[in-house]
Each structure stands twice: as C-alpha cells, then as structure tokens.
Design a protein around this ligand. Structure first.
Ligand code: PLP
Length: 397
C-alpha cells in the first residue's frame, strides 16, 4: 500500500498507545489503575440524557444545518457571552462534533503553508500534529515551575515571534500542566497578539472545570474578540466525552469558513445530541456541579499522596483534571534517564498507568526536569488511594 506522503507529517495522540499498553496488561490479568487518558468515568447528567432520548423520539434523527441547530447556537452564544463578559451572537457559533475539530478547522481557515504558529509545549499534541500536517511551522513556547503552579515563559514566546508568525494557540487552564495565566500574563499575550496581528485559538476545553475562582478568557480582553476563535466543548463540563459535541466561537468570517469545512468533513454534527446540549446549558445545573465536586475530591486525594512520596513534587492546580508532577528525584533514584522509562517500569511493576512528558509534544532542548502526567477524570477516589499507594511503595522501595 502506498499511502500519501503527506501523512508522514501527521502526528497523533500517543497517549492512546499508553491505553493500548495498559489494555494488553489488563488482558493478561494485571490490575490497572488508569491515570493515563483524560476520559471520564462519570456519567452524563440524567436531564441531558433524557433530552437526547426525547429528541430522538421526536424525530430529530435526520441531517441538520452545517452550522448546527439555531436554538443551540443561540443558547451557546448567550452562555459564552455571560461567562466571558463580551457579546456573541448566533452568527459567531459553528457547532462541531467535539472540541477537537476546532483545532484543525481554525488552522485550515487561517494558516497558509509556511506560516509560523506558536503553540504550547508541553501541550495537547494535536496542535503540533495539525500545524505540521497543513504545512505550517510549529514554534513551541513553554512553561516552567513557579511558586504555586507552572508559569508561561512569555519572554521566550515573544522572542519567537517573527514576521512569519501568523497564529497563536493558547490553552489557558492547560493540559497537561493545569497551568493558568495571571491577569497580567493574559494582558501581555493580548498586547503581543494585537501588536503582531496574530489570530488566536483559545482552547478553552477546561474553562468550566475549575474548583475555585473564575476563569478568564484571553478572547474577552479589549481588541481580542475580533482575532480569537474559542474552542468550546461539552465533553468535560457535562461528562460527555463520547457524545462528541463542541463548537467554534469567534468572528463571523472565520465561523463561516469553519462551517464550510463542516460541510466538507461531516455535513453536520449529530442532530439529536444538540437538543441535549441545550438542556445542559439551560436546564438543571446540579449535574455539572456534582461532577466538579467529584473531581475536586479526586484532585485533593491525588495531590496529597503524590506530595508524600520521596522524589515527587506536585502543584495543586485550580482547574483541569490533570496533575503534571515532577518525578526527577524518583526517576534518578530508580536509575532511569527519562520519564518514559519510569512510566513503563511503573506500569509493568504496579499497574499504575500514567502518561510521560513525551506524550505532550516533542521534548525541547535544555529540559532538565522530568514529569509524568496523571489524569484523575477516569478513576475513583478509592482506586486513586490504592494505585498511588502502590506507586509510592514502588518509588520508595
Ligand atoms: N483541547 C484540550 C486541551 C484537550 O485536553 C482536549 C481533550 O482532552 C480537547 C481539546 C478535545 O476534547 P474534545 O474533542 O473531547 O472536546
């Protein structure tokens, strides 16, 4: 088979390979503690499920508009206007089959081959993959450990801007690090985007997965709404990862281009699910609140155990359901040179399954600290205690 040459520049989410490894061990009878994938073992709120069933029974089973149904576009525009403090209308919303499609469609709509795109690394691996697949140049910016959380390296980001830089990808409330920009950092990012005329993808997958305080969007800063596309997703807030529903929210011209890509790619997003999403946005909110309560207890449990382990250091992020913990001490103690070797050994010896640094973009030159990523979205508190207990025993043995 001669596959297209173009495919060599397409990356993947290598975390799925970790799932396969864990599944292979499980098939041999090993107990697995699944901390690797950001999937959720929490069920979607009942009112949302009921609304989907009702819509299906009401015959919402045919195609719908490529932009999504008007009622959902309007409901989402109202919701995002409220949470962001800037006004969006229905024309600013194109419904998508998940949050992820906004990444490639934003790039296809705004990037020309050879354009440079700034993206976070460590970060969600699909940015690097999609930028390069569409002929762009992926230019990483990074984070370093600060006092209470990881901090954006803004000087480094600014120094990477060239006349060819066209797009900036920002994933505030960040996967894998749980990092969050301060107001000053957001203001500086906005200033840079405006000064250098950059279009911005605000990946807000975790905007509502927040335990304290209020999320703030870069898109809501003065001068930013007209140059930003928000990646919205129903996946996390409503525990709907497998339903596949999200949206692109941004300036009408880009939304029109993205909706044209919808026609070419999937015609429309799943029709009846869109009625369920309206119920999610406008109905009883006890479901999302319960989800946040469950996740917060898991975070607190995991952070406490990790910080009790010799050679491990972990922040307690206010948002996301990830912990990117420093394992440099533990790694050296166990005689490994990189976190991927430690990850593999831990999985084999204890069944505890994490992701490693390398699953979040190509490691950058000069990295001296080593990290593993733990997702607590798919594992209950008692299993977190048991699994991290095994991990502690392994590291400290
Ligand atoms: N963006 C980030 C940063 C993510 O972590 C994820 C999923 O893990 C997504 C986007 C896409 O999620 P979905 O397509 O389920 O909305």
């Amino acid at each position: 088979m001669r596959l297209a040459e173009h495919l060599t520049s397409l990356g993947t989410e290598t975390a799925f390979a970790v799932s396969a490894e864990a599944a292979a061990l499980a098939a041999k009878g090993q107990k697995i503690y699944p901390f690797h994938l950001g999937d959720m073992n929490i069920t979607t709120p009942d009112n949302v499920i009921e609304a989907a069933i009702a819509a299906m029974k009401a015959g919402k089973t045919g195609y719908c508009p490529n932009y999504g149904i008007p009622q959902l576009r309007e409901a989402l525009a109202d919701d995002v206007s409220r949470s962001h403090g800037v006004k969006y209308a229905m024309e600013n919303v194109a419904i998508q089959p998940g949050g992820k499609p906004t990444i490639s469609k934003f790039i296809m709509a705004l990037m020309n081959p050879g354009d440079e795109v700034l993206y976070p690394n460590p970060g969600y691996p699909i940015y690097e993959s999609q930028i390069e697949f569409h002929g762009g140049v992926a230019v990483p910016y990074s984070y370093r450990e600060g006092e209470t959380n990881f901090e954006l390296q803004l000087d480094e980001l600014e120094a990477s801007i060239t006349p060819k830089t066209r797009l900036l990808v920002v994933n505030d409330l960040q996967n894998p690090m749980g990092a969050e920009a301060t107001e000053e950092e957001l203001a500086r990012l906005a200033k840079l985007a405006i000064e250098h005329d950059l279009y911005v993808l605000c990946d807000e997958a975790y905007f509502d997965i927040r335990y304290e305080g209020q999320s703030k969007s870069l898109a809501s800063l003065p001068g930013m709404q007209e140059r930003s596309v928000i990646l919205y997703t129903f996946s996390k807030k409503f525990a709907m990862t497998g339903w596949r529903l999200g949206a692109s929210v941004g300036p009408k011209e880009v939304i029109d281009a993205i909706a044209r890509l919808n026609v070419n790619d999937e015609s429309c997003s799943n029709h009846f699910i869109q009625y369920a999403a309206i119920e999610g946005l406008q109905g009883d909110q006890s479901g999302p609140q319960k989800i946040l309560g469950i996740l917060k207890e898991r975070r607190d449990t995991a952070v406490d155990i990790l910080n009790s382990i010799d050679g491990i250091r972990c922040f307690k992020p206010n948002a996301t359901f990830y912990l990117f913990f420093n394992c440099t001490g533990a790694m050296k103690k166990k005689g490994f040179d990189n976190s991927e070797e430690l990850r593999k050994a831990v999985l084999k010896e204890t069944g505890v399954s994490f992701c490693a640094r390398m699953h979040f973009g190509r490691p950058l030159p000069g990295e001296t600290e080593h990290y593993l990523r733990l997702a607590y979205s798919g594992i209950d508190v008692d299993q977190i205690q048991e699994g991290l207990g095994e991990f502690k025993k392994y590291v400290e043995a």
